[in-house]
Every structure is written in structure tokens, then in C-alpha cells.
Unconditional design. Structure first.
Length: 635
């Protein structure tokens, strides 16, 4: 038995942005002969199978055939047949909260059984059919849930004596209970063998004596008790399949061979089991020892698959801003849209509702928006005119296929750098075309960290940081002309966030000399330790003055009264100096763009000796961005 109450933990970044409604196609297609049915949570009685499809409850004869829709609310899940097959308990959201409901097996008005603001989801019925077993986090915290029963006639729920539980099943006489005590945080983590693996216990309800089904740290779930046997799902021999525990002999054996996709749930009926595999529904006959696919045809209006309007303001995944701030670009529900700061309409630049587009980035010249698209079946880099008009430029990203992140434009709007899930850093020349060129590959994986690529003002260099074998990160520079990477920092500090100054004379970076190594990013003993970083500047060219050259105040000697000529000469020189400074300030503004485009010279020899500490207080800095020449921004 399983529940579907708590989804796996994910962290999603949401932006409070108002985006107009978007025409989308979503959901699941009506089942075809060569496509998965996408049915879930099957339960079985003597004559019927009930399941979830498209957010509704459906039923079909055990032999298969035309399915019949039982609910129209669109938020139902976890159906469970009563022992006599007359009723179905399920979870629904009719009144704004997830609660347990019961309805006639042939259809009818649902009747609410639980009223707590916590999420409740049915698991099974008691053997006498008078109470529904469900799970809830109403009396717990974090990912801990408990098992309760509630009378079908209505009344106050009662907790089972175990202090936690996720799913379970009663023995035929109701005296014992097989259950899974803890939730597995990430069920999609294949062959996981860490501390969150899920055992199955059998508890004697009279005195709470425990018996553990033998295993070697496997993931066991969905216990279903039939006669003297507890059937359950396990990945102990590979893909998840059905195992059986004989309560008399205490032996465990695999009863169904599976060389395909994992089985998701199983549920026991009077004489057979029913289970889900890759969106299809199957029955398993213990007498025959084999599974059979149930052929089901679903014919319904499927409102989620027809064209309709969808609000996507709360579905923004990534965002960027245009060079002048006139518009912003957003990724929302797989589409790329631009939004004006004040006047104008929202533009949907892609209008491909069956394609996933991600990570938009606006080119510095304002003309192009780059993003990743899986239109071809594998991710490629697409470029679309910011107006939404004209053809889309499509650049293949080569083999093997991968998942890509953070397209970063060069200042001349001719090249794009990006990273992938294989820890590689790439760039592609938009004008020259061709395949992307690999810059470097990181040594270790850390999802809290990226390679942080940044371009030089002349678009001829990339700087980034990556791991060394010591597990410290060092800063590197990559020359596009030679195709070579060079290490900038010595590796004795933890160096990150390198960026070029807008004048091309320096690289700013953050570095920590008291950074402590840990067992890894998921080691909870060091995961939240704050890191104190200083900010440094790397003088790129030999002979270039340091941005923090030492200064010294000295006493000024007044000239002799008789030396009027010398005094006048000094006044004239001072006036000329002031005039020169004013002219320099005018030229700075006039030539700022010109300065940014000047060629950046990096003298690699002795560069480590040209790293200077900036007079900025050390802190736990987490990012660094260049402003106008000579001004870095810190967070």
C-alpha cells in the first residue's frame, strides 16, 4: 500500500513577477497503443480496478477495457477499495485542503472523513471495513508522519501506537501490522544505500513487539498482506519488483522478475495484486507467479490536454534584464517571454508549448536572446531576435548529450559561454558557427558551486574558478586565441568569483585563507559553515600600477618670499594640472566605451606576485560583479 502524500523535496527559486496569461498545452495525452497510459495508484476489488488518471479517479473491469470516470474534481489521488469492494476511500482537495473522502465504488457524491488542516491520505481499510487507515503529519514535524484510522461513519481519528509510519497493511486477523516507519527523501535516487533506506517492520498490536523483515539495506516499500505472506516492493536485486515474506518460515524471496522500469506501487485484492509500472497497470496472480498487463482505454474530455490559458506568474524559473533595462526576459513554464519595464506588451518569443526552453540571456548589444531548447530531442543553444521576429538560430551542442546551464554572452555579443552537468565549461562562437569548444573540466561535483565563467572586456579571455586535487578552488584564465588555460592563484587559498574589471586592467576575486576542507557538500557537519573571504585584485599587465598603490602625506615647504618667480611657476603648474584633471574626467566619460573595447593584455609570468588585497572588510561574500571601471560590486 502507498500514499502519495508527500512529494520529494525540491528547492525552487520563484520570482514575484506579473506575467500575463499564456496559451499552453499541458498534461498527458490520451493513451495510445504505443504510448504509456500514465495511470497511477491502482487498487483492485473482486470485479474492478480503480486508478488515477489526469487528476481524476477512474475504474475499469479487472479484465480491462473502457475506463469509466468516477470523479470530476481534478484533485483526487490514492484510491483504496474497501474489503467488500463497495466503497473507495481516496484523498481529495474539494474544500481547499487535502483530506480523506469515501464514495461508492460505482460513483457518487464523496463524503469527507477528515477535517484537520494537515494533509491526510488513505493507505488501507481495517479488515472489518469499518475504518479507513490514513497517514498525516498533523502531530509530527518535518518529514515525519503517523498512521491513523477514522470511522467510515464519521468521527474522531485515532492514532496507531507507533510514533511514526508512512504506509502499512493489516494481517488477515487484524492482530498484526506490517508497516514502513520512515519516509525516503528521494525515491528517484536509484539503488540508494544510505541512511534513509526503508525497512519494513511487523508489529504485534497487543504489545508492540517488533519483527523486522530481513534485508541488507535495501529500499523496501508498499507492504500488502495476503494470507501468511507479506508482499512488498524492493530494489535489493536490481530494478524494483515484487518480493514475498513468509511469516511462518521467515524467508524472503523474489516472486516477479523485472528487467525493465521500477514498479511504483502494489495493492492487494481478494485474490491478486495490482501494481503500476511505467504508467501501465498490471495484475500479479500469486498462484500463477506471473504478471499480466491490463489493457485500458481512457476516453474523456481531458481538459488539461486541450488548448487553454494558463497563468505562469508563479512558474518563473530564470530571469535576465536587457542591457538598458527597458525590458526583462523570463523563463516560465518552458516558454521565453519578455516584459516591458513600463510601456508595451509582453512578448512570447518561443510559442512552443510542447518544448522546454530554459535559461534566457540577453546579448550586450540588445539584439539577441540566447536560451537552451530541447526541441530536437536533446538540448541545443537557440538564439532569437529580441523582437520575436525572424528565424531562430540553432546551434547543436554535440555528443554526448547533456544538460546545460547559464549561457553567458561575451561583451562583443559574438560568443556565448556555458557549463554542463558533466562539469565542463564551453564557449561557442556565434558568428563563426561550428561546434562548441571545451575550455576546461572541473574535478569534483558540487551542486552549490558553479565554474563562474566571466569574459574580459575585449571578449578574448575567460576567467573562472575550479577545483584542484587538494579540493581547494583556484582561479584560471583561458585565452581564446591560443586555447590554453593558465592558473592565476597559487592554490593555497579557496579562490572564487573571478571577474574582469571593465577597464581590462584587473581581475577581481574573493579568496579565503581560513577555509576548512570538509567531507563534501552534503556533509552536515560543515555544510552551513560561514566562509570569511577577502577581496583581491590581480594586476594583469607588468608595469601597470596597483589599484592600491601606497600613499604618503608629507609636509609642504613654503617658498621663500624673495622667490616670487618660483612661486608663480608653481601656481601656473598647479593651474595646468587642474585643467588637465578636468579634461581627463571629460575624456573618461567620452571614451568609457572605447576603453572597454581595448585589447586586454595578460602577462602570465609572475602574475601571482601582482595580486593585491583591496581595502574591503572580510566577510562571507557569495558573489562579485563588475560595475563601471574601478568599481566591483559585492554581495
Amino acid at each position: 500500500m502507498s500514499n502519495g502524500l508527500i512529494s520529494e523535496g525540491t528547492i525552487r527559486l520563484r520570482y514575484s513577477v506579473l506575467i500575463a496569461c499564456l496559451l499552453v498545452f499541458s498534461g498527458i495525452a490520451v493513451a495510445a497503443d504505443d504510448a504509456p497510459l500514465l495511470a497511477t495508484w491502482p487498487t483492485i476489488s473482486k470485479t474492478e480496478i480503480a486508478f488515477v488518471y489526469g487528476g481524476y479517479l477512474w475504474s475499469v473491469p479487472r479484465e480491462g477495457g473502457e475506463a469509466r470516470q468516477l470523479t470530476t474534481g481534478g484533485h483526487e489521488s490514492s484510491p483504496v477499495f474497501s474489503p467488500d469492494g463497495r466503497w473507495i476511500a481516496f484523498s481529495g482537495e474539494y474544500d481547499g485542503n487535502t483530506d480523506v473522502y469515501v464514495m461508492p465504488a460505482q460513483g457518487g457524491e464523496p463524503r469527507r472523513l477528515t477535517w484537520h488542516p494537515a494533509q491526510d491520505s488513505p493507505v488501507e481499510w481495517t479488515r472489518d471495513g469499518k475504518r479507513v487507515l490514513f497517514i498525516s503529519n498533523r502531530d509530527a514535524y518535518a518529514d515525519i508522519t503517523r498512521l491513523y484510522t477514522v470511522p467510515v461513519a464519521g468521527g474522531v481519528p485515532e492514532a496507531l501506537p507507533m510514533w511514526r509510519g508512512v504506509e502499512g497493511t493489516y494481517s488477515p486477523d487484524g492482530a498484526q501490522f506490517a508497516y514502513v516507519p520512515n519516509l525516503q527523501w528521494q525515491r528517484a535516487w536509484k539503488r540508494y544505500r544510505g541512511g534513509q533506506t526503508t525497512p519494513i517492520y511487523i508489529v504485534r498490536l497487543s504489545d508492540l513487539a517488533l519483527e523486522k523483515i530481513s534485508r541488507e539495506n535495501s529500499n523496501d516499500s508498499s507492504p500488502a498482506w495476503v494470507g501468511d505472506t507479506v508482499y512488498f516492493l524492493s530494489d535489493r536485486n536490481g530494478p524494483v519488483t515484487i518480493f514475498a515474506y513468509d511469516t511462518k518460515t521467515k524467508q524472503v524471496k523474489q516472486v516477479l522478475e523485472n528487467k525493465g522500469y521500477d514498479l511504483k506501487t502494489i495493492s492487494a485484492g481478494p485474490d491478486v495484486l495490482v501494481y503500476e509500472q511505467f504508467g501501465g497497470i498490471y495484475t500479479y496472480d500469486p498462484q500463477l507467479g506471473q504478471g499480466r498487463r491490463v489493457e485500458i482505454h481512457v476516453a474523456g474530455d481531458s481538459p488539461s490536454t486541450r488548448a487553454h490559458w494558463e497563468k505562469v506568474a508563479d512558474k518563473v524559473g530564470n530571469a535576465a534584464i536587457s542591457p538598458t533595462g527597458a525590458r526583462a526576459v523570463f523563463e516560465a513554464r518552458g516558454e521565453i517571454l519578455t516584459v516591458p519595464a513600463e510601456k508595451g506588451d509582453i512578448r512570447n518569443l518561443t510559442r512552443t508549448t510542447t518544448v522546454a526552453e530554459r535559461d534566457p540571456a540577453w546579448s550586450p548589444d540588445g539584439k539577441w536572446i540566447a536560451f537552451f531548447s530541447d526541441e530536437s530531442g536533446e538540448y541545443a543553444l537557440h538564439l532569437v531576435n529580441q523582437s520575436g521576429l525572424g528565424d531562430v538560430k540553432k546551434i547543436g551542442l554535440g555528443n554526448p548529450p547533456s544538460y546545460f546551464y547559464d549561457p553567458t554572452w561575451s561583451p562583443d555579443s559574438k560568443k556565448v559561454a556555458f557549463t554542463d552537468k558533466r562539469l565542463n565549461l564551453w564557449y561557442v562562437d556565434i558568428e563563426k558557427g561550428g561546434s562548441p569548444k571545451k575550455v576546461d573540466t572541473d574535478l569534483y561535483e558540487d551542486p552549490t558551486y558553479a565554474l563562474d565563467p566571466a569574459w574580459s572586456p575585449d571578449s578574448k579571455w575567460l576567467t573562472y574558478s575550479r577545483f584542484l586535487p587538494s579540493h581547494f578552488r583556484a582561479v584560471f584564465v583561458y585565452a581564446l586565441e591560443s586555447g590554453k588555460s593558465s592558473q592565476v592563484t597559487d592554490g593555497l587559498s579557496e579562490a572564487r568569483f573571478p571577474v574582469f574589471d571593465k577597464n581590462g586592467k584587473y581581475i577581481y576575486l574573493g579568496a579565503s585563507t581560513d577555509f576548512g576542507l570538509s567531507a563534501g557538500w552534503l556533509d552536515l557537519t560543515s555544510y552551513q559553515h560561514a566562509v570569511s573571504r577577502n577581496i583581491y585584485a590581480v594586476v594583469l599587465k607588468k608595469g601597470e600600477p596597483s589599484p592600491v598603490d601606497p600613499e604618503s602625506d608629507d609636509e609642504k615647504i613654503a617658498p621663500a618670499k624673495s622667490d616670487e618667480k618660483s612661486k608663480n611657476e608653481q601656481k601656473d603648474a598647479s593651474k595646468a594640472k587642474e585643467t588637465d584633471k578636468k579634461e581627463e574626467k571629460k575624456d573618461e566619460k567620452k571614451d568609457e566605451k572605447k576603453d572597454e573595447a581595448e585589447t586586454v593584455t595578460i602577462d602570465l609570468e609572475g602574475m601571482g606576485q601582482r595580486i593585491v588585497s583591496l581595502p574591503i572588510k572580510a566577510a562571507n561574500y557569495v558573489t562579485l560583479t563588475p560595475g563601471k571601471p574601478g568599481v566591483p560590486y559585492l554581495a
